[in-house]
Design a protein around this ligand. Structure first.
Ligand code: 13P
Length: 339
């Protein structure tokens, strides 16, 4: 393992003013997005849509890395250029989602474990040969009055640590993503409590697995109210609580934090990131690794039509620029209405 090289890639992913595009929807998940815009979920449509994103020059100038789904990593653009080369030509790093989704965790009703560790080493070697410089693994934690159990948190954290160690052994930077879902009517204090517990456990497992923190990126949820909560916490409260939780649990050797959007509206996800960077006072770079909050607007603008490609690329550029500003603490709400 070359830690200097891993650290350089991790630093590149969270470089000031840039962030990550999560375009790693599985075939089932992209179907849901395509259903929403009336597009048939064919391999060609998936390719055309993603090619549109990766060729959006202005938008890509704000994108440090792109997380791909397995199919996309091996796909070529319409003119035959591998999509990974299109991404690299845009000055961005190709990455790969390597987990294989969730399965029920035996003995833990309603809780899940993320799978995909078997033969992961072989797969990582193939991905690295194709140009992947970083990877992503997502653990999913659902919140209720009784959940998560400490056993399920421990099992998921352990899998994340095993994945991260394997990545580093293959000279791939692991993005470590423990996601606490926003679903539910819990208040922000409950999300705060559980996010603390989860991150504490994740870094404990990373330590025991001998993962080099300098060569990874953390992709956490923000500390927010449940979607169905009676009271939605303010932007300022989300920013303050998220920073406090991370300071209590994430070692400063980690180069950067790249948040998931998790179903927040586009502008809310941007406003939260901006508020945190305005507050400052933490040792990491803080940026975005958004899926929905970067893609909802371009998907709608595109709607599967060739004549809408330029419009979709503009919509993507706008969201990417807004989030770039937020990663610097320089976003302003009036920039949204001006566009
Ligand atoms: P969202 O920003 O839509 O949550 O997607 C990010 C991601 O990669 C989730 O695994």
């Amino acid at each position: 393992m070359d830690l200097v090289g891993l650290n350089a890639v991790a630093e590149q992913l969270v470089a000031p003013g840039r962030g990550i595009l999560a375009a790693d929807e599985s075939t089932g998940t992209i179907k849901k997005r395509f259903d929403g815009i009336g597009v048939e979920n064919t391999e060609e449509n998936r390719r055309d849509y993603r090619e549109l994103l990766f060729r959006a020059q202005e938008a890509m100038s704000y994108i440090s890395g792109v997380i791909l789904y397995d199919e996309t990593l091996w796909q070529n653009a319409a003119d035959g250029t591998p999509l990974v080369d299109v991404i690299a030509a845009a000055g961005s790093l190709p990455g790969i989602k390597v987990d294989e989704g969730v399965q029920p965790l035996p003995g833990f009703p309603d809780e899940t474990i993320t799978v995909g560790l078997d033969r992961l080493g072989e797969r990582l070697a193939h991905y690295a040969a194709r140009g992947a410089r970083f990877a992503k693994w997502r653990a999913v934690i659902e919140l209720s009055d009784r959940q998560p159990s400490s056993g399920a948190v421990r099992a998921n954290a352990h899998a994340l640590a095993r994945y991260a160690a394997l990545c580093q052994a293959h000279q791939i930077v692991p993005i470590v993503e423990p996601e606490i879902l926003m679903d539910g009517d819990h208040d922000i204090a409950r999300c705060d409590e559980v996010t603390r517990q989860v991150l504490k456990t994740v870094f404990d497992e990373l330590f025991h697995a001998r993962v080099a923190l300098e060569g990874m990126v953390l992709k956490p949820n923000m500390v927010v109210s449940g979607k169905g909560a009676a009271r939605q916490a303010s932007i300022a409260e989300v920013a303050e609580r998220t920073i406090a939780v991370l300071k209590a649990t994430v070692p400063s050797a980690v180069p950067g934090i790249a948040y998931l959007s998790g179903g927040q509206s586009d502008e809310t996800a941007t406003a939260h990131l901006d508020a945190m960077n305005r507050l400052g006072g933490f040792p990491w770079k803080m940026t975005f690794s958004y899926g929905r909050a970067l893609q909802a607007a371009p998907q709608k603008a595109w709607s599967g039509r060739k004549e809408n490609v330029a419009k979709a690329q503009q919509a993507f550029a706008h969201r990417a620029r807004m989030n770039s500003l937020a990663s610097l603490g320089q976003w302003e709400g009036r920039l949204e209405s001006a566009a």
